[in-house]
Design a protein around this ligand. Structure first.
Ligand code: AR6
Length: 184
């Protein structure tokens, strides 16, 4: 885990982190999930592999009780063996399905809202949709960081004090760094 950049914006600490999100010590980590919460590859696969099958079991229960999670929505489970207390499963769009930016913004916002409802102090987000779901990386990162900033501006009483943008691949981590650096 390497912190590439750290900045304080509006009293909130934002960090660009190069590393595995399953190693994060934040209270919640966000998963880049699909609507059925079938955690296959990418971030989702890593979370279930390291966190244990309880995460998939809780996810299955949620979908069987409430139905699929809509694109742009988020739900949470416990985090099994991970350091985090919660996994917030956010469903981003698949590139090509249409209206992708709005849906990606909505997925980010849904995750932050849930974190607030849980009263959490810290959260780590991956570059939702920019892996298996094919959202162009540079653009996806811009949208994710921008939506977090908007959320913080619109919700000054948020419990969130620390937000990590965590990417396992160097290129995406650099994009997060550049985006945070460019914030005014
Ligand atoms: N830590 C941090 N970042 C990671 C990690 C990790 N352990 N693993 C991958 N990334 P993806 P999506 C980066 O594919 O595009 C799954 O099958 C990766 O390099 O995890 O939203 C789900 O079940 C990329 O930049 O998410 C869904 O079906 C970013 O995280 C589908 O994939 C997101 O990549 C979701 O696809």
């Amino acid at each position: 885990m390497e912190v590439l950049l750290e900045r304080v914006i509006n009293g909130r600490v934002l960090k660009a982190v190069h590393g595995d999100i399953t190693e994060e010590g934040t209270e919640a980590i966000v998963n880049a999930a699909n609507s059925l919460l079938k955690h296959g590859g990418g971030v989702a696969g890593a979370i279930v592999k390291k966190g244990g099958k309880v995460i998939q079991e809780e996810s299955d229960r949620i979908v069987s009780e409430r139905g699929p999670v809509p694109v742009g929505g988020a739900v949470y489970t416990t985090a099994g063996n991970l350091k985090a207390k919660y996994v917030i499963h956010a469903v981003g769009p698949i590139w090509g399905e249409g209206d992708e930016e709005r849906k990606l913004r909505s997925a980010v916002r849904s995750a932050l809202k849930l974190a607030d409802e849980l009263g959490l102090n810290s959260i780590a987000l991956p570059a939702i949709s920019t892996g298996i779901f094919g959202y162009p990386k540079r653009e996806g990162v811009r949208v994710i960081v921008d939506e977090v900033i908007r959320y913080l501006e619109e919700n000054p009483s948020t419990s969130l004090k620390k937000i990590h943008f965590t990417a396992i691949d160097g290129e995406t981590a650099e994009f997060f760094k550049e985006e945070i650096k460019s914030l005014t």
